[in-house]
Design a protein around this ligand. Structure first.
Ligand SMILES: Cc1cc2nc3c(=O)[nH]c(=O)nc-3n(C[C@H](O)[C@H](O)[C@H](O)COP(=O)(O)OP(=O)(O)OC[C@H]3O[C@@H](n4cnc5c(N)ncnc54)[C@H](O)[C@@H]3O)c2cc1C
Length: 433
């Protein structure tokens, strides 16, 4: 009987420490330097942030997304989930703990597929938190369907020359290098004809044409780059993994990335629920507290139940990843978690916002940003619809069509079968009547 919902006491102590540390030391960074977490540290911010990172290292919680076999010091995905749900409350916390997206996923694929030289050059400084990276896959004419990608790399002696456009390469403007997915052989299926390259951002020909912002941000001051790759020349050693391996590598990267987003979302949704409860208990109107109104109680109960289901599903999926050590085997559940993630965050943040009245929709409270984040999470790492298709396909694999015109569970036929099975006893019963 191996089922157990308890965290081992030693790790729980670390989680309790992380919880207080994030609240007291890290969340204030979100207010002092909002949206600056991906900007390389200047001297002033380094004075504040480096000691915090050192403290996290001392506690053994730095960059725990990779296990020791991949050069990290992780304790597995389940423990990471428990930590990430604390870090999810704060923009800066993943940076202070060395496990921020998209760098975690990028580190993971370099750890899996990189050569020793690539690991020295890119993975080590990434894990040390000394540089940022960007994943450059989506193109302006297609994101959800990678078979539409056109950016091309052509072999020229010992080099590859890359030409094309990439869209929504998050954090490219502060990244030291890009992981670019390109067509290397247009004559075979895209699943065998694309490759990944590690390209330093300052390579001649890499041009950030626009830094696309999300709604609310100023034009061209966002974090999602439209990049033109114009005759970008990289050596053969820039190839990550084998030629034609991009799809396999992308699956490794996106599997981890999706579940890590989900882990952090638990923390954010819980923050919204906590705020909803505080407001409901604090505010009085029409003769009673908000917490005594049935509508508001419904919001709280629905949110609690939605979050509890989501959290257990995320933890279970993290446990599966640890158990099988193979994202492919857990694909159905990772996709299903990704499907429900935006709705859970949206619904809870929306109810919390509503309970706060006018204050809720202001930029003095975080609800609009959360709802906005939920919408973005319905697209980043693949749109919800595509993940639903994946879930359905995987679920259907475990089912068979009915052998004849009636469903297998058609009651009249099952009843006949049951009667035949127990005929001897049924006859006796009839006889006794
Ligand atoms: C905040 C954010 C960060 C991102 N960061 C990165 C990044 O760092 N690197 C990167 O490469 N990309 C990044 N992306 C891009 C993201 O991966 C794409 O937006 C996503 O894959 C969808 O591609 P698209 O935008 O081209 O939409 P499209 O592919 O044009 O799809 C548009 C819509 O069509 C519908 N649809 C598409 N396919 C199907 C289908 N098979 N079945 C049913 N309906 C379908 C869905 O409603 C979908 O939303 C980011 C996106 C966001 C929002």
């Amino acid at each position: 009987m191996a089922w157990d919902f308890e965290t081992d006491p030693q790790y729980q102590e670390l989680l309790d420490w992380a919880d207080a540390f994030v609240r007291d030391e890290v969340e204030p960074l979100d207010l002092a330097w909002p949206h600056q977490q991906f900007v390389p540290l200047n001297e002033t911010r380094r004075k504040v942030v480096d000691p915090l990172k050192d403290e996290v290292r001392r506690r053994g919680l730095w960059a725990t997304h990779l296990g020791p076999e991949l050069g990290g010091q992780g304790h597995g995905q389940l423990k990471l989930a428990l930590l990430n749900e604390i870090l999810g409350r704060s923009q800066w916390a993943p940076i202070v703990f060395g496990c921020q997206a998209p760098d975690t996923g990028n580190a993971e694929i370099i750890a899996h597929y990189g050569t020793p030289e690539q690991k020295d050059r890119y993975l080590r400084p990434l894990l040390d938190g000394e540089l940022f990276s960007s994943y450059s896959m989506t193109e302006p004419q297609g994101g959800a369907d990678p078979t539409r990608f056109r950016t091309r790399a052509v072999r020229d002696g010992d080099n590859w020359v890359i030409n094309g456009w990439k869209y929504f390469s998050s954090n490219a403007k502060t990244a030291a290098f890009l992981i670019v997915m390109v067509v290397t052989n247009p004559d075979v299926s895209p699943y065998q004809g694309m490759s990944m390259f590690l390209v330093p951002t300052d390579t001649p020909g890499v041009e950030i044409v626009r830094n696309v912002g999300l709604a609310g941000e100023r034009l061209n001051e966002g974090s999602h780059a439209l990049i033109h790759y114009g005759n970008v020349r990289v050596p053969a050693e820039a190839l990550l993994g084998g030629e034609g391996q991009a799809f396999v590598i992308a699956q490794t990267r996106l599997g981890g990335g999706r579940i890590h987003h989900a882990m952090r979302t638990i923390g954010l949704a819980r923050k919204a629920l906590d705020m909803m409860c505080e407001r409901a208990l604090s505010r009085e109107t029409a003769g009673s507290r908000l917490s005594e109104k049935q509508f508001v109680q419904g919001y709280i109960a629905d949110s609690y139940a939605q979050l509890a289901q989501f959290r257990l599903f995320v933890l279970y999926t993290a446990w599966e990843i640890d158990k099988y050590n193979d994202y492919k085997k857990v694909r159905k559940d990772i996709a299903a978690v990704k499907v429900v993630l935006p709705t859970v965050l949206h619904d809870i943040a929306w109810r919390a916002m509503q309970v706060h009245g006018a204050l809720g929709v202001t930029n003095e409270m975080p609800f609009m940003a959360m709802i906005h984040g939920a919408a973005a999470l319905g697209l980043a790492d693949g749109p919800t619809e595509v993940h639903k298709t994946t879930v359905a396909r995987q679920v259907l694999r475990d089912h068979r069509p009915s052998d004849d015109m009636w469903p297998s569970q058609w009651i009249p036929r099952k009843q006949d079968a049951a009667r035949a099975k127990f005929a001897e006893y049924l006859d006796l019963e009839v006889g006794n009547l």
